[in-house]
Unconditional design. Structure first.
Length: 439
């Protein structure tokens, strides 16, 4: 494996940047096919990362693409586009959209926040002005591989605002619904084929479930949105997502659905810093190790739960919080784990979950069109418990072979196991292992 900081990788980066620039010039303004919806389930089609204004350079996008990620999430800030009423300046985002197009990267574009020219988007004239801004963005990037997300975490006071009402309340749900109802028709008029996400829900817990109950009952899933997005913070391990997604989908079905609407996990990371919400655990000694476990398991659990896209938060973040997948100064275990995941399962699709006893033990079978099979095995802590409570133990996994098989650990180290009587025995831990059953 070659880390992006090596001289060899930097030389390749320069060459690839020139190639992408040339490709952009050749393509010009030619339209490309809109993003496939729902996204493909073949790995790594649904895997992506959050970028921000200070981490969305052309060089960074080369690194993201080089790792094998397929999606980036980026905020499209209203006040950065409309600084004068009715005048839109797209230059801030034209470059990143051109760069993503040249690299074949798909985009989750979060249409973010209010504009002081109009006031909060929950009220008029802000609501109508936001809808016009959203439509202008859709028109500008029509035909490109982008999925539009209305707002960021509108169920919270942090982003929706402190205006005398409580977050996760019916008031917040009604206000957000009003914005969705205004924005969706305007966006669909600008481009009937555009893909729009509602939700961007912060946390999966009792209070956010209430907010989703309110807004599902009010009919948000029938407004013309094409998908629903969540940020499953508030849960201690990715395996807790299984219950959370089930609660959410039952609420969708209860209120008339459709419960089959595509669901995207558009933001979740497990940071190193203890002061950051949802930290990886493990203290100073094991935090990086645990973070590596979670970057793999989050993606695999999302696939198991039929969640179409998983966005890790984030590419490079503040050292204090420690969300970063990539560091310019060291090879992070999470980066290596993501790289090995993509290398091992590229071109594979989920076949089934294999029951191996305890419901907190996981054995996921992935297959290719040609019949190759790999089984990913790991265990997890008890429900709603921290990763530190994970207990490694022996498991027996049924396999369709006998004799020697390869096993690859989370960092790419290869060993050998012996399958006997249709089973292979190994020690399951919080670190996923890849069993090569059929090549």
């Amino acid at each position: 494996m070659i880390h992006p900081n090596s001289p060899r990788a930097l030389q390749a980066l320069v060459r690839s940047s020139r190639l992408f620039a040339a490709t952009t010039l050749l393509c010009g303004a030619a339209a490309i096919a809109a993003v496939q919806w729902p996204p493909q389930a073949t790995i790594p089609e649904g895997l992506g990362v959050q970028l921000k204004a200070n981490t969305d350079s052309s060089a960074t996008l080369d690194q993201v693409k080089g790792l094998g990620l397929q999606w980036v999430r980026r905020g499209f800030i209203w006040e950065a586009v409309e600084k004068e009423k009715g005048v839109y300046d797209f230059s801030k985002y034209d470059r990143i959209m051109a760069d993503c197009k040249a690299r074949g990267l798909k985009v989750v574009g979060c249409l973010a926040f209010s504009n002081k020219l109009y006031g909060h988007a929950k009220d008029e004239p802000g609501r109508t002005a936001y809808a016009k801004f959203a439509a202008a963005m859709v028109e500008r990037y029509k035909g490109q591989d982008i999925v539009w997300e209305i707002w960021n975490e509108p169920n919270t006071m942090t982003f929706w605002g402190k205006h005398g009402k409580k977050g996760n309340s019916k008031d917040y749900a009604d206000e957000y619904l009003g914005l969705v109802k205004a924005a969706v028709p305007a966006m669909k008029k600008a481009d009937p084929k555009c893909i729009i996400l509602g939700g961007s829900v912060s946390n999966m817990w009792t209070e956010s479930y209430k907010w989703m109950d309110f807004i599902f009952e009010a009919g948000v899933l029938k407004t013309g949105i094409d998908g629903w997005s969540v940020h499953p913070y508030g849960l201690k391990s990715p395996e807790d997502y299984i219950e959370a997604y089930d609660i959410m989908r039952k609420s969708m079905a209860k209120h008339g659905g459709p419960a089959t609407i595509p669901v995207l996990n558009t933001e979740r990371g497990f940071p190193l810093g203890k002061q950051a919400e949802g930290h990886a655990g493990g203290g100073d000694t094991l935090a990086k190790e645990y973070q590596a476990w979670h970057v793999v398991r989050q993606f695999l659990v999302d696939i198991l739960c039929d969640v179409n896209v998983t966005i890790w938060y984030e590419w490079i973040g503040s050292p204090k919080e420690g969300f970063s997948l990539y560091s310019p100064t060291e090879v992070l275990p999470a980066y290596t784990a993501a790289e090995v995941l993509i290398q091992q399962l590229r071109g594979y699709r989920l076949n089934k979950r294999i029951e191996i006893g305890d419901p907190r033990d996981f054995a996921l079978s992935f297959v290719t069109k040609t019949g190759a099979e790999k089984i990913v095995v790991w265990t997890s802590p008890p429900p709603h418990q921290k990763v530190d409570q994970t207990k490694p133990h022996a498991v027996k996994v049924p396999v369709a072979t006998n004799g020697q098989i390869d096993v690859v650990d989370i960092y790419g180290k290869t060993g050998r196991l012996t399958a006997k009587g249709g089973f292979v025995e190994l020690t399951a831990s919080g670190a996923p292992q890849y069993l090569v059953v059929k090549k």
